[in-house]
Design a protein around this ligand. Sequence first.
Ligand code: SAM
Length: 337
Amino acid sequence: MWALVFARRFLSEPVAQSPHILQREPSAQSMSIKEKSSSFDFPKLARLVSEGSRNDASCKPSPGLYLVATPIGNLGDITLRGLAILTAADAVACEDTRVSGLLLKAYGIKKPMLSYHDHNADEKRPEILKRLREGQIVVLISDAGMPCIADPGFKLVRDCRKEGLNVTVVPGPNAALTALAASGLPTDRFTFVGFLPTKKTARENELEALKHLSGSLIFYESPQRLKETLDAMARTLGADRPAVVSRELTKLYEEIRPGSLGSLAESYASAQPKGEIVILVGKGADIEPAFDLDNLLSERLTALSVRDAVAEIAALTGIPKKDVYARALALHATRKT
Ligand code: SAM
């Protein structure tokens, strides 16, 4: 009941700005969220939300690592369970303590914060593992969206699993899936690529390897590289291929721009856009829907050497050998990580 009241009050709020924007210009909207948040009883919410889950009699969540998804823009996009776990945490590990500090502050949550990002993760992981062994609740959040998805976390989860420490995911916002759902491109099969390499040759090689995949492709990109990447995609994947550029999802200036790769490259030629970007690419017209290069490769590589599997598949499908080989290498690399 209490949670419902919370949800009703919160969902009736206008669209909020991202934590970053909150920092730069505290608007009337953001202030009202902060004021209201102080009247929410989060410990009570924590007890209500955690009822029925794997908790002890005091309703304190079980010790362990919790991966909590956080908003990708709209401050309202955090789950009740996410807030409950943050409220119960002994420590919050995050990429940037300033960014996550704003999120916690907006919800009236005060916790010891540990910095955990790509550049200090190897050094900081032992400290987090030690806390977990001692029975603490440690929450991992990233600057935005799902931890571990183009963000730090996977090695920490891997090490927890090795030691048999509890890992619980509290799911929520993710830019890739939000963009895909909004795109109007087929959603039945898709490949999440994340960020392409920044070096030209490596980027074009990776695009070559993705060219024959059936299903939609999802990329993260920075505004500075958008035009260059769209040009490379048009050249490699085909200028006529349907695509969508999604910008500032869930934020005030959200923009979903569909077009062909060629036309999108042209439309972003004159002015560099601002904000955060997901590029989605639909199937090319010449791609047979029922055909999946990855499945074929996976299947044939169990019986044949890479060389023979590539030769057989190239002959069978008409895809150039170098493309099949590039995809086989990419598959191999994915399996190793
Ligand atoms: N872990 C995050 C997730 O679950 O989506 C992704 C983190 S990754 C470091 C950041 C990238 O995600 C941005 O550069 C952008 O490509 C994409 N992104 C994040 N928020 C976005 C938004 N509101 N609109 C569009 N793209 C976004």
